[in-house]
Design a protein around this ligand. Sequence first.
Ligand code: SF4
Ligand code: FE
Length: 486
Amino acid sequence: ALKTPEQYEESLRKLKLKVYLQGELVENPVDHPIIRPSMNSVKKTYELAQKPEYADLMTAVSHLTGEKVNRFCHLHQSTGDLVNKVKMQRLLGQQTAACFQRCVGMDAINAVDSVTFEMDQKLGTNYHERFNQFLLKMQQEDWTVDGAMTDPKGDRSLAPSKQADPDLYVHVVEKRQDGIVVRGAKAHQTGAINSHWILVMPTIAMGKDDAEYALSFAAPADAEGIFYIYGRQSCDTRKLEGGKIDVGNSEFGGHEALMVFDDVFVPWENVFMCGEAEFSGLLVERFAGYHRQSYGGCKVGVGDVLIGAAAVAAEYNGAAKASHVKDKLIEMTHLNETLYACGIACSAEGHKTASGNYLINLLLANVCKQNVTRYPYEIARLAEDIAGGLMVTMPSEKDLHNPEIGKVVEKYFKGVSDVPMEQRMRILRLVENLTLGTAAVGYRTESMHGAGSPQAQRIMIARQGNLEQKKQLAKAIAGITQDKAN
Ligand code: SF4
Ligand code: FE
């Protein structure tokens, strides 16, 4: 059944999460001023699912039960589902201007579903049935699940089993009759503090020597032995000042955390891969593929807000009619819609897997993400160009509201005469938030490294690009029937 946004918030309050933030244990993450905006973003995924006008995008029919579920808990049953996923992400990006975090779980369940099915077929294991039981509970409870892939990785030149410290990749330290004990950590975990469950996957393709690291399992977010260290964001402590303007986006945000598994027990029913190293690469490839598709939705929605903010800033400056400003807004739109086109294309060109759910076109999903490593930076550059230097030199909202100097700030930082300075301050702070502040984590650096750094996509593009076929095409047109003289 769908949870209401209020039920979601209440369910988080019941979790006994162990979270450290700035060196201290957090008593109540839900109401912590630094964390709360990120919770609001996830809450939005519950709120919009309740609205009839968004039902097509936000909900879907479960293939397990035939019941309505939140799309974030759904296995894609068609290319239409894949397209709707991207549209849903754009919508949420537009409404939050932040990372709404819930996609990593959706991408993880879709990857684990098809890979466990294929693994069982080849190896005679029974992971898929276990996974279905987990998925059923996830759908019934409308859980936010945190897909967890990225290990700390230590020395990148060494395989997991060759690291000086054996815990730099999550691994099994004990196999028992009733389950396994795992140790290690996952880094950069999007939405970890706002999730009910964690779905762990391996982070790279592995060989036989690394079998103890070839691991996928689910665990409650507050399981014994799991704790979190909250990631710092640029300008995060502005949220402690109590104002609403200087933060740029006072309601929404995202977060990442280091998730530590300090000898966590996982019963066998929640283990979906344990030692099958030959399948770890496939799981990575599929999860990454889905998440590279995801960015063709969420980053585009956030981009929509940034383009709008730049246009409003130009109006408030009195520069909106300048032809170069108009042209820059066209360029930003062109770049943003190119990302969307990639997200839609890899979805429309998707196909059915052996387990029955739908996978995106991997080549196009990787091209999508490769563009995401560049275009948001260019869009941000153009937004800063249009906004002007005031976005980084402006006094604070406290100065504006100070009885003595407020008048001075209003007078000298006013743009067009009929727009109050406070509105100009608000829109410029939003541009700052997205390009340099807390939201730049999601819009910029995550665009570079999230869902895999640029080189990871280039490897996939090389693998999927079918260069041999292209050479044959060229030879046929050029009339080359044999390569070498004999
Ligand atoms: Fe979803 Fe985008 Fe956040 Fe990833 S970065 S979790 S795709 S909103
Ligand atoms: Fe991400």
